[in-house]
Design a protein around this ligand. Sequence first.
Ligand SMILES: NC(=O)c1ccc[n+]([C@@H]2O[C@H](COP(=O)([O-])OP(=O)(O)OC[C@H]3O[C@@H](n4cnc5c(N)ncnc54)[C@H](OP(=O)(O)O)[C@@H]3O)[C@@H](O)[C@H]2O)c1
Length: 267
Amino acid sequence: MELTGKTALVTGASGGIGAALARALATAGVDLVLTGRDTERLAALRLELGDRHIAVAADLATAAGRARVISSCEARPRGLDLLVNNAGIGSFGLFETLEEADIERVVLLNLTAPLLLTRGLLPLLAQAPEAAVINLGSAFDTLGYPGFSVYCASKFGLRGFSEALARELADSKIRILHLAPRATATAMNDNRVEALNRALGNAVDTPEAVARAMIRLLHGRRRRLALGRAEGFFGRLNALCPWILDSGISRQLPVIRRFARSRAEPL
Ligand SMILES: NC(=O)c1ccc[n+]([C@@H]2O[C@H](COP(=O)([O-])OP(=O)(O)OC[C@H]3O[C@@H](n4cnc5c(N)ncnc54)[C@H](OP(=O)(O)O)[C@@H]3O)[C@@H](O)[C@H]2O)c1
């Protein structure tokens, strides 16, 4: 996709990966609709990127918030060419300790909201000469991992949505893309997840590395891109022979349990 002169909606633009995606798209000549709930962060990003972009504060977990974002996109003079479903929340904890409300919140924001936003914006995207939707998955959308059961459920669901909708729209002008980062240094990961990544020796990317991968995905012909050679390999191995990974992951359980039971410190 040629990016210059296009218009994109980036959800979660007030966050670590979202802001990096927005900067990369702006540099490529894309006009942006930046959304999130944190008005100050959004205003600062818009100031940094310039006034050809707009910021729309909205809670995507609500129908009113999604409607506000959709009508702001409909009001853009050049329509919408690209939807980046990036907003999301983490969830680390042993399943039996998670609150019912937290489980609902994770599934609502990570899975239901991008589905509904995509549905609401497809008619506008269909008017563009070529359009794309990018859903932000995760290395945990192909590998079920202890301590992340609800997050995995939401991201596996989102990957299934990306795959099915891509096939449903295969003969249309709208490409459905899926970008799966591995652990990335943002506020989504609290002190316990950071400590777990250190203890297990997990590689942690910068948000800028994720943004570069998004640009590669947009310019290329692939539909799905997973960051990290090892993470990609384990994801594929898990799809073919999950039992091979069961025992290795079980050996990590004591470490995962220790961090899951430790105290989360405010970010
Ligand atoms: N960080 C990682 O290790 C990692 C790895 C793989 C995939 N990912 C995925 O990458 C995406 C971005 O995550 P991140 O690491 O950049 O996290 P982040 O820095 O915490 O940013 C999350 C973004 O989501 C927005 N958001 C949260 N709740 C919202 C709501 N109810 N309505 C609207 N926006 C909401 C936040 O905006 P406000 O705070 O302004 O509401 C923020 O802009 C997520 O989908 C995540 O699952 C992250």
